[in-house]
Structure formats: structure tokens, C-alpha cells
Write a new protein. Structure first.
Length: 317
């Protein structure tokens, strides 16, 4: 049966497209002169997370804005290959390096920038990977439940691994094509994947860091769970993934926060789960002129785009 242009489904897709276009236009209007985005529309300090997410959300016909964002991220890269969290930070690097590299690779901005960032991601690791901290977590500090041999990436240097920077780093490294560091890249990917499986919450899903602390199970977070699942998209199906997808679908039933709801849509869409009702709900709670957080506006645009185009995080490497 041919679907009429005026069918409810077609109208929903059309409305979603219009809202997505409005989100992108609002992002363009908020782009700072240097090419980046701040977290909120009332500040002028560019930050990596909203800039990388906005770059992913910009359409191909926004060439001028995309080029400016790429130049800004390239300019922000530290000498050691990492990215800071915000402009003006020191040169030590942050757990947002994986997201910046992923966004640049998604826009085909590669070369020496790529190589330096990959080298930094290979070397940057949670402190639990150090022998002294391994001893500490195995002897005197037993309040958290995790295996220090399974480590990922921290938010900042000289801290332990966390779920979100580990997911961002895995997304970046899994989309790096070959190169002289391939064996080291694969080794770090395996450790990061093992870390996520080790930190999964008892009921499925992921908290910000550990699944159990002081013997008590922690509740998962929707955004951390969605990001972890996206970074595990290319992994063989297993109980960790299945249970976490189930938890995320249950959490989606009562989620109305645009940031979390958008990440849920991106993850479920990538795994082939239905998201039409969730997209309708996101459309009802997102007003581009009212959403002050630029990262939220960008991720909402990416989620809305799944209704009529490719998922920016759903490409299996």
C-alpha cells in the first residue's frame, strides 16, 4: 500500500525534520566567533563537549559552520595530542579527547591530528592500572567492587577510570583505521571493553563509575548506559549488553529529560530497537529557543535526526 504524503506517519517525520532543522539553526546562531560552542548560550567560553556534539549535528550543507568548528577543535588540541575540557584549560588533557577525535574523524578531518590523539589515548589510563593502585584496591581499599586489571579512561589525568570518558575513547579508537599503532589500539580497546563489563550495575546499565560501592548496588544512569552501549555496538552480543538494553528500554518509559532521552534514542536506534514513540516524546519536550544548554540541543538534534537519516553514533566500525 502506498503511504500518502498526508499520512500521520509521514507528517510525524516531516514535523521531526522541521524541529531538527530548528535545533541546527539555533546551534548555528549560538556558534561563537572562534568556531566553538559554550555549554550555555549566556557564556562565551568554548568547550569541547558541546562543540564536538554540535559538529556532529551540523548538516553537510552547513559547510562554513562545520569548517569553523573543525578549525577550532584542531586549534584546541594540546601539544601532547589530547584535548582540554574547555578553552583556557592546562595542557594535560581530558576524558573528552575521545569525543573530539570521534567528531573530527566523522567529518574526515584526519592526519597528524589523528595520530597524536590516538597515541595519547593509548597512553592515557585510569590510575588503577598502576601497580601501586592495584595493590591499594586489592588490599586496603575494598569499598568499591572492580578489577583494577580492567581499566579504561579517566576524566582527568591521575584519577581512576570512569564510564563516560571510557565510552568516548572506545568510540574514537574503534573508528581509527589501521596504522602503525594498530596492535596497541586493539589492546587498549580490549581493556576498555573489559572495564565496562566489570563495572556494569547488578540490574544492568552503568553508573558514572562503579556498579557496587560499600556493598550496595548503585542505580544506573540513562546517559552513561546509552553511551556505554554505543561504544559496545561492535562487540559480540552477550548478557551484559542484553540486560543493559532491557534496563534502558524500561528507563525510557518514564524519561522526559531531553539530554537523557536523546541518548536513549541514539542507543536504542543503533541496536535496532523501536524509538518512534520516544522521538515523539522528545519532540514534545524540546524547544530550541528554550533549551539553554548547547550540548543538550546538539544531542537532541542528533536523536531527532535518526527518524529520517543515519545515526551519527550507530555506524558499526
Amino acid at each position: 500500500m502506498t503511504i500518502s504524503w498526508f499520512s500521520p506517519r509521514t507528517q510525524r517525520v516531516h514535523d521531526t525534520q522541521q524541529l531538527n532543522h530548528a535545533c541546527v539553526q539555533e546551534l548555528i546562531d549560538r556558534q561563537l566567533p572562534e568556531g566553538g560552542w559554550s555549554f550555555t548560550s549566556d557564556t562565551k567560553q568554548s568547550a569541547v563537549e558541546p562543540t564536538a556534539l554540535a559538529l556532529l549535528a551540523l548538516r553537510s550543507n552547513s559547510a562554513r559552520e562545520r569548517d569553523a568548528a573543525i578549525r577550532f577543535l584542531l586549534h584546541m588540541q594540546n601539544a601532547n595530542g589530547s584535548w582540554p575540557a574547555s578553552s583556557g584549560d592546562d595542557g594535560g588533557g581530558s576524558g573528552l579527547t575521545g569525543l573530539a577525535l570521534y567528531a573530527l574523524n566523522h567529518c574526515c578531518a584526519q592526519g597528524m591530528v589523528n595520530n597524536r590523539a590516538v597515541h595519547w589515548l593509548i597512553e592515557f589510563r585510569g590510575w588503577e592500572s598502576h601497580w601501586l593502585w592495584k595493590w591499594k584496591f586489592r588490599t586496603s581499599d575494598r569499598h568499591v567492587r572492580f578489577d583494577p586489571d580492567k581499566f579504561g579512561w579517566p576524566w582527568m589525568p591521575e584519577t581512576v577510570s570512569w564510564v563516560v570518558p571510557t565510552a568516548y575513547s572506545l568510540l574514537a579508537l574503534k573508528h581509527v583505521c589501521g596504522g602503525s599503532q594498530e596492535d596497541l589500539v586493539q589492546h587498549r580497546i580490549r581493556r576498555g571493553v573489559e572495564m565496562l563489563y566489570d563495572r556494569v550495575c547488578p540490574e544492568g546499565g552503568w553508573n558514572a563509575g562503579n556498579g557496587v560501592v560499600y556493598g550496595f548496588p548503585l542505580a544506573p544512569h540513562a546517559d552513561a548506559t546509552a553511551l556505554a552501549l554505543l561504544s559496545l555496538l561492535s562487540e559480540p552480543p552477550n548478557d551484559f549488553i542484553t540486560v543493559s538494553l532491557g534496563w534502558l528500554e524500561r528507563r525510557a518509559e518514564t524519561c522526559f529529560a531531553p539530554w537523557s532521552l536523546a541518548w536513549i534514542i541514539l542507543a536504542l536506534d543503533a541496536f535496532g530497537r523501536p524509538t518512534e514513540l520516544l522521538t515523539d516524546r522528545l519532540s514534545s519536550v524540546v524547544d530550541p529557543a528554550v533549551v539553554n544548554d548547547c550540548a543538550t540541543l546538539a544531542i537532541a538534534s542528533l536523536a531527532l535526526g535518526c527518524a529520517h537519516g543515519p545515526n551519527a553514533f550507530g555506524v558499526d566500525p
